[in-house]
Design a binder for this molecule. Structure first.
Ligand SMILES: Cc1cc2nc3c(=O)[nH]c(=O)nc-3n(C[C@H](O)[C@H](O)[C@H](O)COP(=O)(O)OP(=O)(O)OC[C@H]3O[C@@H](n4cnc5c(N)ncnc54)[C@H](O)[C@@H]3O)c2cc1C
Ligand code: FES
Length: 281
């Protein structure tokens, strides 16, 4: 039976950042923090991974927040309330390892700040003290600051241009906070690979015992068959879709991930140009 994945709500949170709520009762029933779905905007589209930001088991919906970067995310962004997302598969990946750590920082960059929301909620639910350290290029691109404050004891903000909070990268803010005496038992890092690598380096330098990073390699199948999402962690090849997406941030081969993320840049650029031209015609 094909479930109708109706768009129940669609709103722009910031330029290029879209929040959608989609009917998906089977996904909502099993969703856990840290998991993702593979979404196909239309029947000719490709499947892309998006993190589950929120869900309701009772009402049967899921929420995703995404950045428009290429054809698939632009097609998804073009859907309006009442229209249908062609396909949603999930929940995929392993849930976050939510335990009672003590004081935990959830650290995010850009659109990924939304992905911290279910993790912060679950960590707080187990009695952890949760500190959010979130960044964006500019204040106009800062999302989910208020939502995170629902479950975080403190929310610290960094912007690259200094238009809000600390002026600089979120990794620098994390370093500064820890230099001023913030002690952490664990850290969760979600965002662009360069940002995650920098934050993992800060956490290692400051001796945080546990660090998780949610990896974002290119995915094709989302279920362990194609190998597109392979990453190196602790010297071993791991498939992010079925063994991740969260891994020990200290064991990730960040250079390998960053290099592989750029593997299809030319094709992605061409695809976006053709899509934009077709829309204009
Ligand atoms: C487990 C997982 C969860 C994700 N969750 C989210 C989310 O909640 N919100 C969100 O906005 N994005 C998320 N992403 C990234 C998202 O899947 C990509 O942005 C999307 O696939 C791009 O598709 P596109 O066709 O629009 O762009 P493409 O034409 O495929 O790519 C355009 C640009 O985006 C870059 N890109 C492509 N795929 C990725 C990727 N996986 N990670 C980082 N950069 C990429 C390319 O290098 C290129 O520069 C997630 C990725 C993974 C692996
Ligand atoms: S995306 Fe195909 S194996 Fe992970």
């Amino acid at each position: 039976m094909k479930t109708k994945h109706e768009v129940l709500r669609r709103r722009a949170l910031a330029p290029g950042i879209v929040d959608i709520v989609v009917r998906a009762p089977l996904v909502a029933r099993k969703a856990e923090p840290g998991q993702f779905v593979m979404v196909m905007a239309d029947e000719r589209g490709e499947r892309i991974p998006l993190t589950l930001v929120d869900w309701s088991r009772e009402e049967g919906w899921i929420e995703m927040v995404f950045l428009e970067v290429g054809v698939s995310t632009k097609k998804l962004s073009a859907l309006r309330e009442g229209q249908e997302v062609y396909h949603v598969a999930g929940p995929l990946g392993n849930p976050s390892k939510i335990e009672r750590y003590g004081r935990v920082a959830v650290v995010g960059g850009g659109v990924a700040n939304a992905a911290l929301y279910p993790i912060a909620r679950a960590l707080r639910g187990l009695g952890n003290e949760v500190i959010a350290v979130v960044g964006a290029r500019s204040s106009s691109l800062l999302v989910f600051e208020e939502k995170l404050s629902e479950f975080c004891d403190e929310v610290h903000v960094a912007t690259d241009d200094g238009s809000r909070g600390f002026k600089g990268f979120v990794s620098q803010l994390l370093d500064e906070l820890m230099g001023e005496g913030l002690e952490l038992d664990a850290v969760w890092i979600v965002g662009p690979a360069l940002m995650m690598r920098a934050c993992a380096q800060v956490a290692a330098k400051r001796g945080v015992p546990v660090a998780y990073a949610s990896l974002n390699p290119i995915m094709v199948c989302g279920m362990g068959m194609c190998g597109a999402c392979r990453v190196k962690v602790g010297g071993r090849v791991r498939f992010t879709c079925v063994e991740g997406p969260e891994f020990d941030a200290y064991a990730v081969d960040w250079e390998d991930l960053i290099r592989r993320l750029g593997a299809f840049r030319d094709q992605e650029g061409l695809s976006l140009r053709l899509y934009s031209e077709a829309k204009r015609a």
